[in-house]
Write a protein that binds this ligand. Structure first.
Ligand code: DGJ
Length: 698
């Protein structure tokens, strides 16, 4: 709900549990007032946000929704431009606003130049989430050149220093959490690699001693897969501000006469503890943000051939794997890299999205029909944004890759990035994928992207430094167009593992590949990091043959961990013993019986593998009639892990039945949450999954 207090020009954005408040002062500046707990809306009428003066720059002290560059403002700004006559100062003042249901647009105009700046808000009350973005409009006859356009600025309520959580990952170790106390100066999380990358995440999570269940947590996540920047600072007056948006590193955008530009959106919220933050964002993403074709459908159990076959794919071998996968209960068989062009290793073939006739002399349909006959859907791997110099595509269109004529084009993994900002490149990619989907019964596309960009900003762009934005939008648009034409096809975003897993990707793809690291032990940490601000359902997690180096980690253990997302299997099934196959079959059947609870339920992170030596995650269905608890540990010390496990998220008034280690339980929700049941976690390979069913509802 959006309230406007006319008298003081104050906007109160209200969600179920929060108020987000800002206003317009007497000079027409935008002024942030409050973000946090609710109070009587009437009281905001008396909030004084005007009339300060001093020998200091008051502008510098303001808390604002958006800060333009210029005047006596020296802190981080959000919008910076150069007008045609060389003026580099924006002087924006309030003009008017419009409220349409839960959407608010507040319009500002430059005092002299023909520039309009609109702050857009959308309130999702039930999720305690607010969407924000900025619109720029050039109403004049001259270009306006921007070298920074962030999506939003936030100010946090407390004067005490906040701790910022983000991730500091890399290939094979994505979503590893970091915490930094920001007591002065600035802190930046960013990507400069062209895509959102493995290293840091395009969000902030700010808190003061919060834990899973308590403490105010403020967060905002940018839905954008290009270069991003999250810049937080705490000033001399102890105000913590954060700006978030497209990275201004290597950025420039020319707003031509009559042009309008919308920034990527940011989704923000305030929650009580990290658990509530994750649950709110999870629900919001599943219900609102994710593509509508599959958001409310359980994702299938898939098999992926990459780890079993590498580039060495052919119809007979894949069919052999498919037969075993089908017996295990797999629903979707995905053939990974190696099926096209001259793709025998990573040195050739990218760009030639045509079936390799030596590997598939009878075409692709032979394999697809085999897979379908086994009762499974068929999916396929592509890496559309890339080209190997050793490919027919590159030989015919060397200029299609990002390059500078007089510089060496840097190859990484023997490949170059295609200049997706070109319309002809976009059409080529769209047509290749369109042909693939038109001519074959393919139900799943794994869209990979295996290197960061270089030699960018090619000759076709007026604004070469917009390449990251334009490339990202081109990817989204091709995926959207294909989804429209082939609504039955699911898309997965992969980028050398989890290099493109942001909320922008999640708004267009149905799932993501979280990491190439499928070690059950490492995955506990990676998946926890992912679960903070990403929907669980999107997290593809495979069981493979990586047993862990010096870390015994049985097949059951690996299933126990992989089942906490969208389960996949990726091992070399041909080598599996009869006993292994039975384990796979049993776990796959079990997963199917609980996947709705995992994929659509609420996650409670009860115990933390790093802090507590034991991982315990509980997923509770929306109606609280079913719950699944996964417990795992890789060895505990000093015989200390004998404790009462307190469940979470259950209905206090319902009675639940379940079994653990041969004991049958029938207990009330209140008992399970307040008293708990005894657990003794021991051994290096401890893993349990407990299913609670409410017995009252039957
Ligand atoms: C990187 C991905 O993360 C892997 O899963 C696999 O698809 C390879 N690329 C294939 O080249």
């Amino acid at each position: 709900m959006i309230n406007y207090i006319e008298k003081n020009k104050i906007f109160v954005l209200e969600t179920n549990n929060t108020h987000y408040v800002f206003g317009i002062d007497k000079t027409g500046y935008n002024r942030h007032i409050h973000w946090g707990g609710k109070c009587s809306i009437k009281d905001y009428e008396f909030t004084d946000i005007n009339g300060e003066n001093s020998n200091n720059s008051m502008l510098d002290e303001y808390r604002q929704e958006i800060t333009p560059f210029g005047s006596t403002m020296y802190r981080e700004c959000d919008i910076k431009a150069k007008f045609a006559d060389g003026c580099r100062e924006i002087s924006m003042h309030f003009e008017n606003y419009s409220i349409n249901g839960n959407t608010l647009c507040v319009n500002f105009k430059d005092d002299f130049y023909p520039l309009w700046i609109t702050l857009n808000y959308e309130v999702y009350e039930d999720y305690d989430i607010i969407k924000r973005y900025v619109t720029l409009k050039n109403t004049g006859n001259d270009n306006i050149v921007f070298d920074r356009i962030f999506s939003a600025e936030f100010s946090l309520p407390s004067v005490e220093p906040y701790t910022f959580k983000n991730t500091n990952g890399a290939w094979g170790g994505e979503f590893l959490q970091t915490e930094t106390v920001l007591d002065g100066g600035s802190l930046v999380y960013e990507s400069r690699r062209g895509a959102s990358n493995h290293n840091q995440s395009p969000y902030f999570i700010a808190h003061r001693n919060a834990d899973e269940n308590s403490g105010e947590v403020y967060f905002a996540s940018l839905a954008y897969s290009g270069n991003f920047k999250v810049s937080a600072s705490r000033d001399n007056y102890s105000v913590t501000r954060i700006s978030i948006g497209m990275n201004d590193f290597d950025f420039s955008h020319t707003l031509t006469p009559d042009e309008t530009f919308d920034t990527p959106p940011v989704y923000c919220g305030r929650a009580n503890g990290f658990g509530e933050m994750s649950r709110n964002m999870n629900r919001f993403c599943v219900d609102v943000l994710m593509p509508k074709q599959f958001n409310d459908k359980p994702l299938p159990v898939l098999y992926n051939s990459w780890e079993a076959t590498g580039f060495d794919v052919n119809s007979a071998h894949q069919t052999e794997l498919a037969k075993i996968a089908a017996e295990m209960g797999v629903e979707l068989f995905v053939m990974d890299d190696g099926w096209f062009g001259k793709r025998n290793n990573d040195c050739a073939g990218l760009g030639d999205w045509f079936v390799n006739p030596e590997k598939f002399p009878n075409g692709l349909d032979e394999l697809i029909e085999n897979v379908n006959a086994l009762g499974m859907d068929f999916g396929i791997w592509v890496e559309p944004e890339m080209v190997n110099p050793d490919s027919d595509l590159y030989r015919s269109h060397p200029d299609w890759a990002y390059h500078y004529d007089h510089r060496n084009a840097d190859e990484l993994r023997n490949q170059l990035v295609l200049n997706m900002t070109r319309a002809d490149v976009q059409e080529y990619i769209f047509n290749c994928l369109d042909e693939l989907l038109k001519n074959h019964n393919i139900k799943y596309i794994k869209w990979d992207m295996n290197r960061p960009f270089s030699q960018t900003g090619a000759e076709n762009l007026d604004d070469p430094q917009m390449y990251s934005y334009l490339h990202t939008m081109a990817v989204y648009s091709i995926v959207d167009r294909l989804k429209e034409r082939y609504p039955h096809v699911q898309f997965e975003s992969c980028a050398s593992g989890g290099g493109r897993c942001d909320l922008g990707a999640i708004s267009h793809y149905d799932q993501v590949w979280t990491s190439d690291n499928t070690d059950g032990i490492d995955r506990m940490t990676i998946q926890k990091g992912y679960s903070l601000l990403h929907p669980i359902k999107t997290m593809r997690a495979w069981v493979t043959d990586i047993e862990g180096i010096n870390k015994p980690c049985s097949l059951d253990f690996r299933f126990n961990i992989a089942m906490q997302g969208a389960l996949g299997i990726g091992g070399n099934l041909i080598k599996y013993s009869a006993e292994d196959l039975e384990i796979c079959k049993r776990n796959t059947a079990f997963y199917k019986s609980i996947r709705n609870t995992v994929q659509f339920g609420d996650l409670y992170r009860i115990l933390d593998i790093e802090k507590d030596e034991v991982l315990c995650n509980e997923y509770v269905s929306a109606d609280k009639n079913k719950s699944v608890i996964f417990i795992a540990a890789n060895g505990t010390r000093f015989y200390k892990k004998k404790f009462n496990l307190h469940f979470a998220g259950l209905d206090m008034k319902k009675t639940y039945s379940f079994a653990l280690d041969g004991t049958e339980y029938k207990k009330g929700g209140a008992y399970l949450m307040n008293v708990g049941i005894p657990i003794y976690v021991r051994g290096v390979d401890y893993n349990r999954a407990i299913v609670l069913m409410s017995v009252d509802e039957k």
